[in-house]
Design a protein around this ligand. Structure first.
Ligand SMILES: Nc1ncnc2c1ncn2[C@@H]1O[C@H](COP(=O)(O)OP(=O)(O)O)[C@@H](O)[C@H]1O
Ligand SMILES: [Mg+2]
Length: 258
């Protein structure tokens, strides 16, 4: 089910401001790709261009090509809503619907799609919660509100919600930045499992995390303040962290800036 993504010379704008310049990279299926780089270099912007979330900002646009298994997700006949179903997203702060039950949070997307059959919804809720490694913690309180869970549980609930609609790619924007270290490790373990089924792209400001969870790492940077962000280097995580090709990458991963 997992699919590959290819970006070809992608430029990304907010109105007249160019935030990202000329990104070309490939994201193989069933792997984890980490986006790293200093704040403001366009990591989140590139991530949101991958499932057409970028264009919800008025005046925002994407140029170049984003291909999902060779199909341009920006082609005129493509429905952005279906792209966002196929390429799911998990955000920095867990954002469950706080008063909605745990079960209904997980199946919210399916209900929106018109699925009403209780047995089907219950099955999807269980499968997704198991997939998000949360089932054992919540199986006896599925009707309690999503807001009653801890931060780490809420983030796994959001991952369960994302996988309930059977996406092919999962995008995660600093999914652990609001979590404690134990919850962070739980999410990292989960990511390692999820890549068996999905293609994963994770933005992280935590370089140890990038080194722990990802197969390949993309380092983004700005040439100068006010200039667009660009991809400096992408490669196998081990290689990028041990023998990067670019001096800027080495400076960043060794903590000399950013
Ligand atoms: N909604 C927005 N409107 C205008 N500019 C934005 C918006 N979101 C981000 N930017 C700008 O785009 C650039 C890249 O931001 P972002 O992708 O958030 O960087 P990162 O995730 O690497 O910290 C920054 O200059 C930021 O100020
Ligand atoms: Mg960001």
């Amino acid at each position: 089910m997992a699919k590959r993504l290819d970006l070809k010379d992608v430029d990304i704008y907010y109105g007249s401001f160019q935030a990202v310049d000329g990104v070309t990279l490939s994201i193989p299926p069933n792997s984890v790709t980490a986006f790293i780089g200093p704040s403001g270099c366009g990591k989140s912007t590139v991530l949101r261009a991958l499932n057409r979330m970028h264009e919800v900002v008025p005046g925002a646009r994407v140029e170049g090509e984003v291909l999902l298994d060779g199909e341009d997700i920006y082609a005129p006949n493509v429905d952005p809503v279906s792209v966002r179903r196929t390429i799911g997203m998990v955000f920095q702060r867990p954002n469950p619907f706080p008063t909605m039950s745990i079960r209904d949070n997980v199946v919210a997307g399916l209900k929106l799609q018109g699925v009403k059959n209780k047995k089907v919804l219950d099955e999807v809720a269980e499968r997704s919660l198991r997939g998000a490694n949360l089932w054992n913690e919540v199986k006896d309180r599925l009707n309690k509100p999503g807001g009653s869970l801890s931060g780490g549980q809420q983030q796994r609930l959001c991952i369960a919600r994302a996988i309930a609609v059977q996406p092919e790619v999962l995008l995660m924007d600093e999914p652990c930045s609001a979590l404690d270290p134990i919850s962070t490790l739980a999410i990292e373990d989960l990511i390692a499992n999820l890549k068996k089924q999905y293609t994963i792209v994770i933005v992280t400001h935590n370089m140890q995390q990038a080194a722990r969870v990802s197969d390949q790492t993309a380092f983004f940077n700005l040439r100068a303040t006010g200039e667009p962000g660009r991809l400096v280097e992408i490669g196998d995580t081990e290689k990028v962290f041990s023998t990067p090709t670019e001096k800027a990458t080495e400076d960043y991963i060794s903590g000399r800036f950013g």
